[in-house]
Design a protein around this ligand. Structure first.
Ligand code: UDP
Ligand code: MG
Length: 209
């Protein structure tokens, strides 16, 4: 069975490489407003929004064989193995008619980043990074009422720790390559989006078209 899955994944990889999609990674702590701002970017700039967390939650709901493992990791604020998340992202990009994607909440650690690059051969056009204090993010997470099992204070603290220890190194890696566009995300939604618009408008035709 393993080899059949591998063959399917390899075939998907080949098709995706031919598609040469434009990818923007959207990073920031839990509650920094990634999902909210991605919805705005989709409307104004014609991207397709792929939330890694949403894809994983859909995978749980679909009753997949990995569902229980994913559910347990999310409850603990831990990072799901790269191969699972990459496969979901890769399939979502292939199934879409679009070739411009916002990948939100991924890569979450250096291993995610290196594996995604190695498998898909895709390098992000740039990385949108939402900067926000933990106090503000905690306030937002505790008041958003989306029925998420990980929006409780205990899991939130774990997610903050994972973000600082594992996800910030990814931001620093892209910063060293001059690819990070930093946004002050502590402001009201409309003001944050003004800053986001400036970033997307300044990009080359392929991104801004
Ligand atoms: N997650 C993961 N890999 C990913 C994206 C998400 O393992 O690439 C898991 C992780 O446990 C995380 C949870 O899904 O804490 C929720 O992620 P999401 O991005 O939806 O939440 P956010 O941090 O933006 O509130
Ligand atoms: Mg989110």
């Amino acid at each position: 069975m393993g080899s059949a899955v591998d063959a399917a994944t390899m075939e998907a990889t080949q098709r995706l490489i031919k598609k040469k999609p434009t990818v923007v990674f959207v990073l920031g702590g839990p509650g920094s407003g990634k999902g909210t701002q991605c919805a705005n970017i989709v409307k104004h700039f014609g991207f397709t929004h792929l939330s890694a967390g949403d894809l994983l939650r859909a995978e749980i709901k679909s009753g997949s064989e990995n569902g229980t493992m994913i559910e347990n990791m999310i409850k603990e604020g831990k990072i799901v193995p790269s191969e699972v998340t990459i496969k979901l992202l890769q399939n979502a990009m292939l199934e879409s008619g679009n070739d411009k994607f916002l990948i939100d909440g991924f890569p979450r650690n250096e291993e995610n980043r290196a594996a995604f690059e190695a498998v898909t051969k895709i390098e992000p056009a740039f990385v949108l990074f939402f900067e926000c204090s933990e106090e503000e993010m905690e306030r937002r997470l505790l008041s958003r009422n989306q029925g998420r099992e990980d929006d409780n204070i205990e899991t939130i603290r774990k997610r903050f720790k994972v973000f600082v220890e594992s996800s910030m190194p990814v931001v620093e890696y892209y910063e060293s390559k001059g690819k990070v566009r930093k946004i002050d995300a502590a402001k009201p939604i409309e003001e944050v989006f003004e800053a986001v618009k400036t970033v997307f408008t300044a990009q080359d035709d392929k991104v801004a078209a």
